[in-house]
Design a protein around this ligand. Structure first.
Ligand SMILES: [Fe+2]
Length: 287
């Protein structure tokens, strides 16, 4: 009886080695192409049901769209912004909230971004707050003027009362945290203790400070970009940013409050995203 060979021939082994190596190289090239050329250009939706304490039943399922962290670069992000604006308008949101970082360190880029933002449509208005990148290159009053010129309310350490379906809903916003001048007392001034409240705070880790001043609210933040590059399958974000280390992406609850952190739209530093698409956050409110 003929003996079976113990080992496969060296040529077969070599072939398999090259096939594995080819697969590895293809996977790396694919990931590289995705991170640099595909993901930063394609926006995705995140749908969340978020709780706002004291929200009256008539405002249940109010549809809010949150956009954050544009870091707008006119020569690279135009197509992305056009698609984001179209997708948001198609949703017919009740309210649009913008949570900062409109530019990426080049102040004149705000004007071409505002041309896009001016096309947003919302039933009950658009409200915006400052981000750290905005505050590092310009004064808040300049942004306020520019945003209000296109019909967007801009809040810095203050709040506004909206009346929707005969019910009051408060929106408050701090100044940016990282080298800014946040003032929670001024931000919350005049808001009744049992009123439904959404706060806009660019940097999410400030949630813990806001809780010292006010429980019972929903905070919306950005700043982290969800990590911008995440490890697939385990969904881990290795890169942490100052004031964005504890709350990275999604909903977190503490006491009787919640914070939702957006992955943002744009990119900072290298224009790269991996396993972390630009985000249009669609938030459905419940009481
Ligand atoms: Fe940012």
């Amino acid at each position: 009886m003929a003996k079976e060979p113990k080992d496969e021939p060296p040529t077969e082994k070599k072939k398999r080695f090259f096939t594995r190596r080819k697969f590895l190289y293809t996977a790396i090239a694919g990931a590289f192409a995705d991170a640099f050329f595909i993901e930063p250009n394609i926006s995705s939706f995140t749908h969340e049901v978020v709780r706002v304490p004291f929200l009256p039943p008539s405002l249940n399922h109010l549809k809010i769209v949150q956009l954050s962290d544009f870091h707008y670069k006119p020569n690279k992000d135009q197509g992305l912004m056009e698609s984001v604006i179209k997708k948001v308008n198609d949703l017919e949101p009740d309210l649009i909230l913008l949570t900062g970082d409109y530019v990426d360190g080049h102040d004149p880029d705000i004007d071409p971004l505002l041309i896009h933002l001016a096309q947003l449509k919302s039933k009950h208005g658009i409200i915006a707050c400052m981000g750290n990148h905005d505050g590092w290159v310009n004064d808040g009053s300049v942004y306020r003027k520019k945003f209000e010129d296109i019909g967007i309310t801009f809040l810095i350490n203050e709040n506004i009362k909206l009346t929707i379906k005969d019910v009051d809903l408060y929106i408050a916003a701090t100044d940016f945290i990282w080298k800014g001048k946040p003032d929670p007392v001024a931000t919350l001034k005049g808001i009744p203790a049992n009123a439904p409240l959404i706060t806009l705070v660019h940097e999410p880790d400030y949630f813990d400070t806001m809780l010292e001043h006010r429980d019972h609210h929903l905070q919306l933040s950005g700043h982290t970009h969800g990590g911008q590059c995440r490890v697939p399958f385990i969904n881990f974000a290795p890169k942490k940013v100052r004031y964005g280390k504890n709350y990275i992406h999604g909903v977190y609850k503490k006491q009787d409050s919640s914070v939702f952190v957006s992955k943002g739209v744009g990119t900072t530093g290298i224009r790269v995203r991996f396993s972390c698409f630009p985000e249009i956050a669609v938030l459905s409110l419940v009481g």
